[in-house]
Design a binder for this molecule. Sequence first.
Ligand SMILES: [Zn+2]
Ligand SMILES: [Zn+2]
Length: 219
Amino acid sequence: MRDELSNYRKVDMYLDYEVIASGSKGNAVRINDVLVDCGIPYNKLKEHLYDVRYLLITHIHSDHVRKGTLNQIKKQFPNITIIGNYQVHEVFGVDLIINAGYELEIEDYIFNAFECEHDVVTYGYYWETEDEETVFYCTDTSNLENVGKELEFDYIFLESNHDFYKLEATREQDFKNGYHPYFSGKRHLSTQQAKEFYLLHRKNREVPFIELHKSERFY
Ligand SMILES: [Zn+2]
Ligand SMILES: [Zn+2]
């Protein structure tokens, strides 16, 4: 399994991407001229913004969008179009609201959104690049039931948060200050779920699997 998943260098000819940050401490991933999330300090993100034209926000949690960072982007990079769901719009304000199940067609892309299962309104996205390759991006969800079974992708950026069995072992622990690792972890996708999705939805064996939002304790 591991060899199969890690040997993907040769297909990365067209897609230029950078996982700037991923995990509960902050998320920002640039894929060509699309940035997904801005949950890190502006001074750490700034240098990556010069070629960005679209910012897709997944949900309102502070590891995915920081108010100060977003405000700086609006001010310093007014040419970046900010896109998010209605809740992201309510809390932070976006340029375009995207709705799950409906295509959002703009100048260079048609973005598709689907609903994740998390504790706030969370969207995953897929779109086609100018090289006609499809990119799939999803994090912070306990399942992927809203993704069409027939869909196949050329690049899969997907949450691979925890090992199912490691998290399962914490089930009987007590709550500490309202926190329970098991229930907290269950809002996220396990590595086992992520790999299964990857194998079912990759277009071919060369498709890279870019694992996101890994847990420090349970991955
Ligand atoms: Zn998160
Ligand atoms: Zn979240």
